[in-house]
Ligand binder design. Structure first.
Ligand SMILES: *Cc1c(COP(=O)(O)O)cnc(C)c1O
Length: 479
């Protein structure tokens, strides 16, 4: 309560006295509807907050002193309830063209994965139960078998993400021993994941060799000592070193390590399950090392993300020789880093598509987006342009070519030719439009370029096209 209340001018005192009580507001029909939807306590507290806000306006120096009616309080209360009802994670339509957008949740899941998550999440499942014997079972046995069948690895285990995978591998297999890594591969992924920091956290001792642009196999050989446990290769997922460069091949590293009884650990990052170039994904342009290639070359342990090029849920996949995977599974950190049942269900359903490469390219959204042809993109852009023009007669939308990126630490520097719809709004600035689209429901995230809003159709799903037109029309309402 305001300590100066005694000195309040009479007009304000009257306005305050005229405010309705919570009890009387609760009797309004509309409010009773809210109580049914949200519960009595939630509505009462929203009404109290709304009343407090109004009182503050009445007490405040600049507040209006005109009487405030019930309708204004209800308007505020409704806004408070709507704000509270909004979930903290909101749906976004990705019109940026960046397929694996880390800030937008990376890989959208395939239909089968979504269905599997819904079914498993809503009830009980055989997560750690063997239905044949009725006894306790292993959490990842079936997904593990599938991963081995797809990659040729002996054993597999999955954890929360690839950062966890790297940490766990180094901790379980290399703690207190040296790990040799090229200076050209000391990567940072998205700020918080840095190889030197992960290494330090794992208890392994980092032994850097070579230079930023050139590291030879002899550099690794020279660095090996009695303390060495492994050679580590890290895929430079988000940058490329070009020009006067040299890197030891994985096969050379394997030969060098195995001759000395050491391990080779391969952090692949993005996890292209098969040779994308050969399969025609990305129009055959690809420099992503594949999982199969790495296993075949003889890496002892290989790890990669579930939600980058694989197109599944957030996960870290570890493949390798049985006794090493065993040691990793038995490490106490495993329990802290293990995957939950929903992610496991989604990973399983996503991996199933990979039994047939053509099917994977068709059904896994990230692969379908990355391999979309210019003709199909042009067709999609033409349809979006038509929907937008129909919804907004006075505005001009132009279909044109542009470049999109894989993102998410995959295919650095490799732009993909795409088709976009460009819009220079007649009366509102492009930045303002982009802002309104972002805060709308659903949110639409588009690029802004030279005064135009740019919609890249590569990452907009077919079923979202008319929704984009509606969101754009809504954000112009009231102009
Ligand atoms: C992306 C990436 C990671 C981290 O993977 P998350 O699944 O994001 O935790 C680790 N190493 C490399 C090489 C990567 O590209």
């Amino acid at each position: 309560m305001d300590p100066d209340r005694g000195e309040m001018n009479p007009e304000r005192a009257d306005a305050l006295r005229a405010l309705p009580s919570v009890g009387s507001l609760l009797e309004v029909d509309e409010v009773q509807g809210w109580v049914v939807d949200s519960g009595h306590g939630v509505v009462v507290s929203a009404l109290r907050v709304a009343l407090d806000e109004v009182r503050e306006g009445v007490f405040g120096d600049e507040g209006s002193v005109s009487p405030v009616g019930a309708s204004e309080i209800l308007l505020r209360a409704r806004a408070i309830l709507e704000d509270q009802a909004m979930l903290s994670l909101r749906r976004v339509i990705n019109a940026t063209g960046v397929v694996l957008h880390t800030n937008l949740g990376r890989a959208p899941l395939c239909e089968e994965a979504v269905d599997a998550v819904a079914e498993i999440a809503a009830g009980y499942c055989d997560l750690e139960f063997d239905l044949e014997t009725g006894r306790r079972g292993k959490r990842v046995s079936k997904v593990g078998e599938l991963l081995c069948a797809l990659s040729g690895a002996e054993a597999a285990v999955v954890v929360n993400n690839n950062a966890a995978a790297t940490l766990l591998i180094l901790r379980a297999l290399c703690c207190d021993r040296e790990v040799v890594v090229s200076r050209g591969q000391l990567v940072e992924i998205g700020g918080s994941f840095r190889i030197p920091d992960v290494m330090a956290e794992s208890g392994a001792v980092q032994r850097e060799v070579g230079t930023t642009n050139r590291t030879r196999i002899s550099d690794y050989e020279d660095a090996i000592s009695e303390d060495t446990a492994a050679l580590l290769r890290v895929h430079t997922s988000n940058y490329r070193i070009v020009g006067f460069t040299e890197e030891a091949s994985l096969s050379e590293m394997v030969a060098c390590a195995h001759a000395r009884g050491l391990l080779v650990i391969d952090d692949l990052g993005s996890g292209a399950m098969f040779d994308f170039a050969a399969a025609g994904v990305l129009g055959g342009v690809s420099s992503e090392p594949s999982v199969v290639e790495s296993v075949t070359a003889g890496a002892d342990v290989v790890c990669f993300s579930g939600d980058k090029l694989l197109g599944g849920p957030q996960a870290g996949i570890i493949l390798g020789r049985s006794e090493l995977i065993d040691a990793i599974e038995k490490h106490p950190l495993m329990r802290a880093l293990r995957l939950d049942k929903m992610a496991l269900a989604a990973l399983d359903a996503t991996l199933r598509h990979y039994r047939d490469q053509g099917r994977a390219v068709e059904r896994v959204p990230t692969l379908a987006m990355l391999s979309a042809t210019t003709e199909s993109l042009a067709d999609k852009a033409a349809r979006l342009e038509r929907l937008l023009s129909e919804a907004m007669g006075g505005e001009h939308f132009l279909v044109g070519s542009d470049v999109s990126f894989a993102g998410g630490g995959s295919l650095p520097g490799e732009g993909l030719e795409t088709v976009v719809v460009r819009w220079r709004p007649a009366e509102v600035g492009a930045e303002e439009i982009a802002y309104r689209l972002r805060v709308g429901t659903p949110a639409v995230v588009a690029r802004v370029n030279e005064g135009s809003v740019v919609f890249d159709v590569r990452t907009i799903f077919e079923h979202e096209l008319s929704l984009v037109a509606r969101c754009v029309a809504t954000c112009l309402d009231g102009n």
